[in-house]
Design a protein around this ligand. Structure first.
Ligand code: ADE
Length: 230
C-alpha cells in the first residue's frame, strides 16, 4: 500500500521529509514528490502549494504517477466550530468547497453543478485510524466533522458564523475539498486531518503565526501514530 501525504506548505511537510527514508525525488508541476518509507509505510510526501488548483494537480499526479492507494492531507486550519480552538484537531468526516456558488441556477451553496454528490466523504477506515491516533495523544482535543475549503484565508467573524450555519463546518482551510474531489473522481480513499492554527476571526492572521507551529506539530504527530499502526 502506497500512501500519498499532502501538505500545502513547507512547514507542514518538513518534519515528515526529515524522517523519511528517501528512495526517489521527482519534480513535476513545480512540486517535489518525495518517495520512500516513513514510520513503516511506503509513502510519497509532497508540498502541493496553497489553494484548490495546486492541491488538485498534486493529488492527480499522486494517483497517476505514483499509483497511491490512499491520500492523507495534513496541515493547519481555521477553527469554525463553536468549541474548536487553536491547537485542537479536526478530522474530516466530509469536505465541501464553500466558495462553489451556482445558486443563480437554484443550486445549494457548495454544490458542484452536475456532480452526483454534495459533499466528499472521507474514508471511514482512515477516519477511525486518525481518531485512534488522536486518542493516543492526550494533549489536544479532537473533533470529527465537516471541513470546508475555499480559495480564501478566512479572517472574518461573520464569515465563520456563516460557514458554521450553512455547512455545519468545524474547520476551514484551502485545499482539503479539492484533494477530496480528485480522490472522489478517481475512487481513491482519503482523509483530511487538520489542526486549528486560529479561529478564522478578525485576528486570525496573528493567531495563525503564533499557533501554526503547535498545529503543525499536532497534525504530524497524528500522522505518525496513524502510520505506525497501518
Ligand atoms: N488555514 C489556517 N487558518 C485558515 C483560515 N483562517 N482560513 C483559511 N485557511 C486557513
Amino acid at each position: 500500500m502506497i500512501i500519498g501525504v499532502i501538505g500545502a506548505m513547507i512547514e507542514e511537510i518538513e518534519p515528515l521529509v526529515k524522517d523519511l527514508n528517501l528512495k526517489r525525488k521527482l519534480q513535476k508541476a513545480n512540486m517535489e514528490f518525495n518517495e520512500g518509507s516513513l514510520w513503516g509505510n511506503e509513502v510519497v510526501v509532497v508540498k502541493s502549494g496553497i489553494g484548490k488548483v495546486n492541491a488538485a494537480v498534486c493529488t492527480q499526479i499522486l494517483i497517476d504517477e505514483f499509483k497511491v492507494d490512499a491520500v492523507i492531507n495534513v496541515g493547519v486550519a481555521g477553527g469554525v466550530g463553536n468549541n474548536v480552538y487553536p491547537g485542537d484537531v479536526v478530522i474530516g468526516e466530509s469536505l465541501v468547497q464553500h466558495d462553489m456558488d451556482s445558486t443563480a441556477f437554484g443550486e445549494r451553496r457548495g454544490q458542484i453543478p452536475r456532480l452526483d454528490t454534495f459533499d466528499f466523504k472521507c474514508d471511514e477506515n482512515l477516519v477511525l485510524k486518525a481518531k485512534r491516533a488522536c486518542e493516543k495523544m492526550n494533549n489536544s482535543k479532537h473533533f470529527v466533522g465537516r471541513i470546508v475549503t475555499g480559495d480564501q484565508f478566512i479572517a472574518d467573524t461573520d464569515k465563520i458564523k456563516w460557514l458554521n450555519e450553512e455547512f455545519d463546518a468545524l474547520a476551514c482551510e484551502m485545499e482539503g475539498g479539492s484533494v477530496a474531489q480528485v480522490c472522489y473522481l478517481n475512487n481513491i480513499p482519503f482523509v483530511v486531518i487538520r489542526s486549528a492554527s486560529d479561529n478564522a476571526n478578525n485576528g486570525a492572521h496573528m493567531d495563525y503565526e503564533k499557533f501554526k507551529p503547535i498545529a503543525v506539530n499536532n497534525s504530524v504527530n497524528i500522522l505518525k501514530n496513524m502510520l505506525e499502526v497501518m
